[in-house]
Write a protein that binds this ligand. Structure first.
Ligand code: PLP
Length: 216
């Protein structure tokens, strides 16, 4: 089933768009089913679960951390993550910079733009992101692009305007700031990834459409 779901999505996804299979709450056996079907890029959102899976599963998996990360949990995530997609506050960013500088490492990261209508969701405003990118204060963080989560709604017009907003912002940053590594736009989940692709997604994060519903 996991294999069929993957194949169906990959058939439709343009080859240059990266698929992150979001495996949170699903056991290692299901990740291995996707792995054995050729999938190598997975996403997790809880530090403890992430660290346990990353330590146990094959070393050629590219792990994307996509959840809220508290600064006291960096040690569970940064040693394993290929990229942290969910840098959602200055506080977290400062802590990641410090972690990298203490170890002489550069961490790949996306900056999360607060996109949805929900107040509760994290993320930066556009002007905060501009400040971060122009500050030059993060030599141990490689900013690879933007991540966003659209408003949680079935109204695709709302989702469309959320995606249009982050797409336009990314374009304007590219035009105004010289950022050679800043190429990624991570938007789109199970129910809206085709729309995200039409808005320039370079990464889509798909969970339930691959692994089925989560039990939580
Ligand atoms: C869970 C999650 C997803 C995947 O959600 P689905 O609707 O299951 O595809 C994508 N992005 C983030 C940040 C998530 O937490």
């Amino acid at each position: 089933m996991v294999e069929d779901n993957l194949r169906r999505i990959l058939n439709e996804l343009p080859p240059e768009v990266k698929l992150v299979a979001v495996s949170k709450f699903h056991p290692a056996e299901e990740i291995m089913a996707a792995y054995n079907a050729g999938q190598r890029r997975f996403g997790e959102n809880r530090p403890q679960e992430f660290a346990a899976k990353a330590a146990a599963l094959p070393g050629d998996i590219e792990w994307h951390f996509i959840g809220h990360l508290q600064t006291n949990k960096l040690k569970m995530v940064l040693p394993y993550a290929t990229i942290v997609e969910s840098i959602d506050s200055k506080r977290l960013l400062d802590a990641v910079e410090k972690w990298g500088s203490e170890r002489g490492k550069v961490i790949d990261a996306l900056l999360e733009l607060h996109l949805g209508a929900e107040e509760t969701k994290g993320g930066f405003t556009e002007s905060e992101i501009e400040e971060v990118l122009s500050s030059g204060s993060y030599p141990h963080v490689r900013f690879r692009g933007l991540m966003g989560m659209a408003t949680n709604t079935d109204d695709m017009d709302v989702v469309d305007s959320d995606f249009a907003r982050i797409e336009a912002f990314k374009k304007s940053l590219e035009e105004r700031l010289a950022l050679p590594d800043f190429t990624e736009l991570s938007i789109g989940m199970s129910h809206d990834w085709p729309l995200a692709v039409r808005h320039g997604a370079t990464i889509v994060r798909v969970g339930s459409a691959i692994f089925g519903p989560r039990s939580y």
